[in-house]
Write a protein that binds this ligand. Structure first.
Ligand code: G3P
Ligand code: MG
Length: 279
């Protein structure tokens, strides 16, 4: 590896906008696609979250599920297929015919576009247990080598502790987020062990007391996935620093961090209920 393009943020320097586009802008464009990143930027996001997975030939692609079926017209496990096979599939038409032809992007392509759009990012590492170390190491190498210098340093997160540990061992300067569903009693020990700078949790399981406890320890709390503006405001009032949203423009409008572009849909193209049902 050459010199890293990422410098570790100084303590207290890690700052997030209040709204982070989830999977790009998953309610408004096909999740984890370049079109989704463009959409997020057009909707006023300054940061996005997306998911990455390792292919059979060691490439990192943006894809949430273990398998291709839900979000592409392909079949099979991402880890069992080479990049060339995954690239033959359409990752946009399932969401809306207007997005037909959208490919599954590589992390390298996504980073280049983030640089053009001026978008910061939380890269979530998805991996089955046995591919966790390879995924964390590959992501750390790629981010270190290609992260656009003009962007704020990225945040890498994962539910899979060995993936985060591998990223830490390979590139300790890249900030890490401890990604959990409910916040466990052991959150602080786990965050310290993995050298995490943020706690990223399911908003449905958050309570004011645990947010206050985490904030007292000076960790930002990032909450997913919040598609309801009053709920976002409630979370902010508890001390949550940022929410991940599929409909970021709706939360931004509620907190007057606009402008909301005129072409922004008033409601998600794919209803949240339908999206949840697909997961
Ligand atoms: O990183 C926050 C959130 O994306 C975690 O859940 O399933 O949407 O990747 P999921
Ligand atoms: Mg995610």
């Amino acid at each position: 590896m050459g010199a890293s393009r990422i410098t570790a943020p100084a303590p207290g320097q890690l700052a997030f906008p209040p709204v982070i586009g989830h999977r790009g802008a998953g309610g408004c464009a096909p999740e984890n696609t370049l079109a989704g990143l463009r959409r997020a930027a057009a909707l006023g996001c300054r940061w996005v979250e997306f998911d990455v997975r390792l292919t059979a030939d060691g490439e990192l692609v943006l894809l949430h599920d273990e398998r291709l079926e839900r979000t592409t017209d392909g079949r099979g496990k991402v880890h069992a297929l080479p990049l060339s096979a995954i690239r033959r599939h359409d990752a946009g038409a399932w969401f809306d015919a207007r997005f037909a032809g959208e490919p599954v992007p590589t992390l390298a392509e996504a980073m280049a576009l983030l640089g053009e759009l001026g978008l910061g990012a939380n890269i979530e590492l998805k991996a089955e247990r046995r591919h966790a170390v390879g995924t964390g190491a590959a992501a750390a190498d790629l981010l270190s080598g290609l992260w656009p210098a003009q962007l704020p340093p990225p945040l890498v997160s994962s539910f899979v502790a060995p993936a985060l540990a591998a990223a830490r061992d390979r590139a300790p300067q890249i900030a890490r987020g401890l990604l959990v569903r409910g916040v466990p009693g052991s959150w602080r020990r786990r965050a310290e062990t993995l050298g995490c700078s943020t706690i990223n949790a399911d908003h449905r399981l958050l309570r004011p007391a645990v947010v206050a406890e985490i904030r007292r320890a000076e960790y930002p709390v990032l909450a997913y996935t919040v598609n309801d503006a009053p709920r976002a405001c409630e979370l902010f009032s508890w001390g949550v620093s940022a929410v991940f949203s599929d409909v970021p423009h709706m939360i931004l409008a509620a907190i007057a961090e606009g402008p909301v572009p005129p072409e922004a849909p008033a409601a998600p193209l794919l209803s949240t209920a339908r999206r949840e049902a697909r997961l």
